[in-house]
Ligand binder design. Structure first.
Ligand code: AMP
Ligand code: ZN
Ligand code: FE
Ligand code: FE
Length: 268
């Protein structure tokens, strides 16, 4: 049974609403997905409260949290979290507020660089009120300032670039602890994007449950290497596409056989 364990909706910076993502996933031959929106459980809540789950297609409640280690952003996936957990809800509120403030700062920086962009321009791309850098990127494309999201990050939005502004983030151990306390399993996301390899060991020593070995940014060698690290350290091996809707081909291409993950199978 093919499951994609890393999927975004328009409740964070994905393009499609949950209904559409589910329809697409079914058409691509998947038996289930995990919704792992950045910093929010609103999309998962919407799915469960509107009973969009069917017997023949499973949805795993998830989240993707950006934590900070020294100066590096490290993404942690949380699966089977209790979406009514008080600490998780409080964190989501705080993160949302911080995203609004950070959005203002980045727009001001772009304005001072001579780019005529407003909050309304960005909000047009921010589906459910969540403001992420990809939304600013899409607004920059619409303005004709850049040709792609990658270029928007490269020139303006990445850490260290002229329009970058930081936002509130938890530490790695706080993030892992929060997911655990919300009844979830924590997984180190797309480890290839972590430049300091010591962070993999650090996450293991801090009790991470799993490692994302299959991912759209991993080549075969990366998958092999991270799988070996996972097996050696007794971690859950997961996989997913990190589908956001802009690269349609990703959905259905990166998946894991859910039968291979006992901890997940038992909980579904
Ligand atoms: P934010 O959480 O609002 O700071 O935005 C970070 C998100 O932007 C990441 O989770 C990715 O989905 C996306 N992203 C980060 N870096 C890049 C990049 N270089 N090119 C394209 N998308 C990126
Ligand atoms: Zn994203
Ligand atoms: Fe990520
Ligand atoms: Fe992601």
């Amino acid at each position: 049974m093919k499951f994609d364990l890393h999927v975004h909706t328009n409740y964070s910076d994905g393009i499609f609403p949950p209904e559409k993502v589910i329809e697409l996933a079914k058409n691509r031959g998947l038996s289930g997905i995990a919704i792992t929106d950045h910093d929010t459980i609103e999309g998962v809540k919407y799915i469960f409260e509107n009973k969009l789950i069917e017997d023949n297609f499973k949805i795993i409640p998830g989240i993707e949290l950006s934590s900070i280690v020294d100066d590096e952003e490290v993404h942690i996936l949380g699966y089977f979290i209790d979406i009514y957990n008080r600490d998780l809800i409080d964190l989501a509120i705080k993160l949302k507020e911080s995203r609004v403030t950070r959005g203002h700062k980045m727009i001001e920086k772009l304005n001072s660089l001579g780019i005529n962009i407003s909050e309304d321009d960005v909000r047009k791309f921010a589906g459910k009120g969540f403001i992420g850098r990809p939304h600013i990127g899409r607004a920059l494309i619409a303005k004709g300032c850049v040709e792609s999201i990658d270029e928007a990050f490269e020139i303006y939005l990445d850490r260290g670039k002229p329009a970058y502004a930081g936002r509130y983030k938890l530490n790695l151990d706080e993030t892992i602890g929060l997911i655990k306390n919300a009844g979830g399993l924590s997984v180190l996301a797309h480890p290839i994007l972590i430049s300091d390899r010591n962070i993999i060991d650090l996450s293991i020593s801090q009790g991470i449950d799993g490692i994302e070995c299959i991912h759209s940014k991993h080549n075969d060698q990366d998958t092999k290497e991270f799988t070996q690290i996972g097996i050696r350290n007794n971690l859950i091996i997961t996989g997913g596409s990190d589908f956001h809707g802009d690269k349609m081909e990703l959905l259905g291409k990166y998946y894991i056989d859910i039968e291979s993950i006992k901890e997940f199978k038992d909980r579904i």
